[in-house]
Design a protein around this ligand. Sequence first.
Ligand code: GLA
Length: 384
Amino acid sequence: MKIRFMYTICFTAVILFLLVSCKSNNEESTMVEKKSFGKLSNGDEVFIYTLTNKTGLKAEITNYGATVVSLFVPDKNGKLEDIVLGYDDIEGYEKGESYFGAIVGRYGNRIARGKFVLDGKEYQLSINNGENHLHGGKIGFSKRVWEVLGVESKMGGSSMTLKYVSKDGEEGYPGNVELTVNYQLTADNELFINYTATSDKNTILNPTHHSYFNLTGDPNKTVLDHLLMIDADKFTPVDKGLITTGEMADVANTPFDFRTSEAIGKGINDVNEQLKYGLGYDHNWVLNKHQEQIFKFATAYEPISGRFMEVFTDQPGVQFYSGNFLDGKVKGKHGVMYQQRTGFCLEAQKYPDSPNKPKWPSPILNADKTLPYRQTTIYKFSVK
Ligand code: GLA
């Protein structure tokens, strides 16, 4: 009798456990949703995935360009608003030239005249920015359809993994490169971006993420009142084609000094040759802690909404771009015509034109598949 009673208790406990775990699995599985994002001009369908976490953050990501289309983050009163620029539909992304929210590559940023030498051979990449190569060329990773390897919900967050195989010779680059990007929205309100890549020939690789943030949640406002900190004593000056000159200049006593939080707008209109070339900030900062594995290198704070963003990476540099080329002619989400400086990017990367600057951290990816390329960049959100 006693034994039967024990059996009944155990049996009930197992059933209860199964029911509870089933329920939480169901709850977890509702954290990623997939729907159509329409058709490209060639008729191919692309999709948009909604990732959520347990505190209500929401990221919409399309497999076209592995692009973050929107990112809903609460303000200090808990109001969720979209804090990134983008387009309403796939046509906008297909035609657009602003790289909103995309993964850019094979080489993010500029390579002078699209030329570099690797293993004694000179390569000529496509030219798409004046006389230079920018963000992977005419059809970079941001304009490719990525394969979705999977979506997952766990520990109060959700993630998706995308893959793009870039062919040997694409845009002039050597080697077949297989790049996977894993986006994770964690329970701690972080957007993790993990990159892994291998190649079958020695090549160069420098992918980065190109979200334009506007922490006000209102893209009609500029980002000039955001307080920005970049932990860097030096930046890499450019020529008038925005190609790095090879120098590293001190930020001290210049408008490039963001070592303590400063309003983006404070020095942006100063008379300064570098600012003139970029029409504002469009430069690479040499991150102080770049010997460390993953470190915090920037923060941005928007005082009215209270939104605070911290950015971490394992990369040596960051391109801080203050949205200078937005000119009121780009029609963004909800029909808003994006005006100059209504979004800013913090693109973690190798220093621009590094294939032609042998003393700088190398963008070379060897054919050795046991040594894959890896990058982690994290945008973390909170309020103050
Ligand atoms: C990067 C570049 C800028 C500009 C934008 C896209 O951040 O550095 O010069 O081309 O992309 O408009």
